[in-house]
Design a protein around this ligand. Structure first.
Ligand SMILES: N=CN[C@@H](CCC(=O)O)C(=O)O
Ligand SMILES: [Zn+2]
Length: 430
């Protein structure tokens, strides 16, 4: 049968790892697996069929047919990027709040004044599903052009049953129709809705939202992968967070939540105890929390754009890496942190959080895939994994991070399951 794609003669092919690793930690994040002068074949099923030295692949596939051939001479190949944390379904931008924050207002000042998540909830509740789907489609296309091929997408701007379901249905429609891979997250506990106490909101999630979600999932109408809560002072405390996460776990969802962002909450210890796959933010995590996450193999999804925009203390990436935590990255795309670009996120992680470029790439590929429970199929270039990759118009892969804000010029092709979903003939030589 005809193969889908041959990518030949690349200067470097960055596999990330080649032994079926589900994640990388410590020194393994420093020495990524690389083939110099390599080629790669994606079979008719969209999975990677072969990968190796260009000369060996040429011999082996002499006479084979391919739907598409990319000559990657002088270019590099890396796995598609994985964005482990986004809020991409919403109406109503918050550009006015950016001005307020620049003038000194904190995230919680804006939130308590009825802005922030509340502002977005009001606009998202009022928006038709078709409008939300159109904007989501545009945002996912932007992410894809910036190299993201697997993205986590949260609900959480409804805070009541109807709008939370509307958001999840919009994510489901995108998942079924767009090439980009999606991991869907129920985040009904993203904030306490106006007019309710946190206790009332928790009861509504446990007794109304989650049971209805379970019905929709059992009927096959919705696929939801993860459960999320914003565990924060003035939002959901540890007890409510525990109850909601446990209820999600009991219905088969992976725990993946916001913790220890603005105040130390012991969210990391709670997540580790519940077997969370991932916890995001962690700007205020304690030493005990770091140790608990390392032992439980709970990934830390670090979000450099948030710390940057809100001028928060940086998450302690180096301490986490040294302790053996599985460090992943996400863009945190949302109306507060409007960034669709994982190359920009990796750059910020390197400069502000002191990660090396290899660590940042591992965190934005195999470890981000692990945070979403997908590292058996995504996050590295290995035989039988999905044929999701980027071809970079650069002599070394590090240009993708080094060229600040330059991904439009560096990314030549984006490939998902062997199909070229973005062909950028505007790239220029460096
Ligand atoms: N911290 C909570 N949630 C988002 C922000 C969402 C918003 O402000 O709309 C975050 O991850 O940064
Ligand atoms: Zn978030």
């Amino acid at each position: 049968m005809t193969n889908k794609l041959l990518v030949k003669n690349a200067k470097q092919v960055i596999l990330i790892c080649n032994n079926g690793e589900k994640f990388l930690t410590k020194n393994d994040m420093q020495k990524l697996c690389v083939i110099e002068d390599g080629s790669l074949v994606i079979g008719s099923d969209g999975l990677i069929k072969d990968i190796g030295p260009a000369s060996a692949i040429e011999l082996q596939y002499a006479g084979a047919s391919f739907d598409h051939v990319i000559d990657a001479t002088d270019m590099c190949v890396i796995p598609g990027l994985v964005d482990a944390h986004t809020h991409p379904v919403w109406a109503g931008d918050r550009v006015h709040e950016f001005a307020m924050k620049l003038a000194g207002a904190t995230y919680m000042d804006v939130h308590r004044a009825g802005g922030g998540i509340h502002f977005t909830v009001e606009h998202t509740r009022a928006a038709p599903a078709s409008t939300l789907l159109a904007s989501l489609t545009g945002r996912l296309a932007r992410m894809q052009r910036a190299g993201t091929t697997l993205v986590e997408c949260k609900s959480g701007y409804g805070l009541e049953l109807q709008t939370e379901l509307k958001m999840l249905e919009v994510i489901e429609a995108a998942r079924c129709t767009l090439p980009i891979n999606i991991s869907s997250t129920f985040c009904g506990a993203h904030a306490v809705p106006k007019g309710k106490t946190a206790a009332e909101a928790t009861t509504d999630i446990l007794q109304v939202q989650l049971p209805r979600l379970r019905e929709r999932m059992s009927a096959g109408a919705l696929q939801v992968d993860n459960i999320d809560v914003f565990c924060e002072q003035g939002v959901f405390d540890l007890a409510s967070t525990r109850a909601i996460l446990q209820a999600g776990l009991d219905m088969g969802l992976n725990i993946n939540f916001h913790g220890d962002e603005l105040h130390p909450m012991n969210s990391a210890q709670l997540g580790a105890e519940l077997g969370a796959l991932a916890i995001s933010h962690l700007e205020e995590v304690s030493d005990e929390g770091i140790a608990a996450m390392a032992t439980a193999k709970t990934a830390a999804v670090l979000l450099p754009t948030t710390a940057y925009i809100l001028r928060l203390p940086q998450p302690r990436a180096r301490d986490m890496l040294e302790a053996g935590v599985i460090v992943a990255l996400g863009s945190d795309f949302n109306p507060n942190a409007y960034c669709c670009s994982m190359p920009m996120v990796m750059h910020l992680a390197c400069v502000n959080m002191r990660m090396s470029m290899s660590e940042a790439l591992a965190a934005a590929t195999i470890n981000a895939a692990y945070a979403l429970g997908r590292s058996h199929t995504h996050g590295s270039l290995e035989v039988n994994k999905h044929g999701d990759l980027l071809v970079l118009n650069a002599p070394r892969w590090e240009h993708l991070i080094y060229q600040l804000g330059g991904h439009q010029e560096v990314i030549r092709y984006v490939v998902i399951k062997g199909n070229v979903v973005y062909n950028n003939d505007q790239t220029m030589d460096l």
